[in-house]
Design a protein around this ligand. Structure first.
Ligand SMILES: N[C@@H](CCC(=O)N[C@@H](CS)C(=O)NCC(=O)O)C(=O)O
Length: 237
């Protein structure tokens, strides 16, 4: 049994949950709360400087602190799930996600209702202190991933370019490559700040702040492809 430290609503964590479930890896859920869980995670990783992020998978042979490396580990006995070119798709999906997060993060910070609705447990039990902690978490995420130096227009341009590249990669579908693979999982994750999927479990007010209706319309074909992919391939263990 391996331990997955993850953030319920984070698309990076969902990538890891999906590939672990798909490859039949038995994993124990260790929920992570931004800010509050960080000292504990640093201790468990023995990493006291630099940044830490989730997902992190703890295996008997060591910690794997990145969604891509977790996917590589999970698919080591199933190379067909990791065809050539998947790394590039993952990098493109990351660009869409990181820019989407920067823009959505500013929307969440400006929306009290969305902030209240985004409080992860146990911050949700702490009233206004929990809301403050959530806002602090978002500010720290924007700083930590150095996304606050670019303005919204620059982020949006990067997000759109990445989504266009993914749209091309998916083509007429149903998969990025010849058969279902991690490339599909990571490409699907890129839509989380366009039209977040219900399986991220976001509260409606938070989902509204994450969503970008204009981009959802522009990339409606990609969103429909993602929804079908989740229906057909998101097995839960
Ligand atoms: N390179 C990492 C990036 C993961 C990432 O950005 N995680 C964010 C999700 S919002 C995180 O850990 N946020 C919580 C925090 O920074 O405390 C991966 O792919 O696993």
């Amino acid at each position: 049994m391996v331990d997955l430290v993850h953030l319920s609503y984070s698309p990076w964590s969902e990538r890891a949950r999906w590939i672990l479930d798909h490859t039949g890896v038995a994993w124990r859920s260790v929920p992570y709360t931004p800010t509050l869980s960080e000292p504990w995670l640093r201790w468990r990783l023995r990493r006291f400087a630099g940044s830490v992020s989730v997902p992190v998978l703890f295996t008997p042979s060591g910690a794997i602190p990145d969604s891509w490396d977790i996917a590589v580990w999970a698919t080591r006995g199933a190379p067909a799930l990791m065809p050539e070119g998947t790394r590039e798709i993952d990098a493109t999906a990351d660009e869409a996600l990181r820019s989407g997060r920067a823009v959505a993060g500013r929307r969440v910070l400006a929306d009290r209702e969305a902030l209240r609705a985004s409080r992860p447990f146990p911050a949700s039990k702490l009233g206004p202190v929990g809301t403050w902690l959530t806002a602090d978490g978002w500010r720290r995420v924007l700083r930590k991933y150095r996304e606050d130096g670019m303005d919204d227009a620059a982020h949006r341009a990067r997000q759109v370019a990445a989504l266009e590249a993914l749209e091309q990669a998916v083509g007429d579908g149903p998969f990025v490559h010849d058969a279902f693979s991690y490339a599909d999982i990571t490409a699907a994750s890129a839509l989380s700040f366009v039209a977040p999927h219900a399986n991220l479990g976001l509260d409606p007010a938070a989902a509204r702040a994450w969503a970008d209706p204009e981009l959802a319309e522009r990339f409606a074909g990609l969103v429909a492809w993602r929804d079908q992919l989740v229906r057909d391939f998101r097995v839960r263990m």
